[in-house]
Ligand binder design. Sequence first.
Ligand code: GDP
Ligand code: MG
Length: 258
Amino acid sequence: MSSLPPIREDRIICELPLYFTKDAALHTKDSFHVTVQEACQSQKSDPVGFNVAKVIVVGDVGVGKTCLINRFCKDSFDKGYKATIGVDFEMERFEVLGVPFNLQLWDTAGQERFKCIASTYYRGAQAIIVVFDLSNYYSLDNARQWLEDAMIDNDPSSVLLFLVGTKKDQSHPDLLAQMEHEAIKLSEELKAEYWALSALSGESVRQFFLRVASLTFEASVLAELERKNTRQAGDVVRITDYHNDFKALRKKQANCCN
Ligand code: GDP
Ligand code: MG
């Protein structure tokens, strides 16, 4: 039996990583939800099914999606541009609150040109990362469209959105300030969390993905617990319904004898 190598130390999350900016955070709590912490305590001895989350990365061609994923997953940066071909995904292993958790990071490959297939691609995603280029104003305009498209096939209450400005290293400070202002406004409007980073220098890349892993993990655990509760509540309802049906039947039988 082949055994996996141990999880990298810098992928072990014991505390909730902080947001990039309070003005555009999915939530601003400084620790994991208490219910999640408790569930993880018992989860260690009784594993259940919230271990893999699908995360998709979308945005215009050339904004830096592939470089961003490569910087995090391989800690490398390739200056030459290579268009992504086919569908690529990287599996990144984490451990959150002592529980193994994987992110399946899907890199859009050419889907930029075939938006019509996007819905198949988006389906089942727990998180969507929309990338724009902080040195190109138009890419932010398009990010709005990407976010809206991504939401067509998704229930806003079950998918986490992240709006990420890349190439911070090459954005002029004046443009950067203006872009950030607009991006934060857009994030608030679309309930996305905003981050600015650079795949070239690596600035904020790791913090960003640890935040994605943590918030996705937290949401998955809460959803799983809610599903469990609903299932249990469903059983109670079924028993009650059965009981009512039985009473109605008895009444009918009693009436029929009169
Ligand atoms: P994709 O089409 O969105 O996947 O874009 P790529 O990741 O392939 O990147 C497109 C181009 O932008 C490449 O030439 C990269 O070298 C460049 N690039 C990507 N990220 C950065 C960054 O953070 N800083 C700078 N200066 N260039 C970047
Ligand atoms: Mg690419």
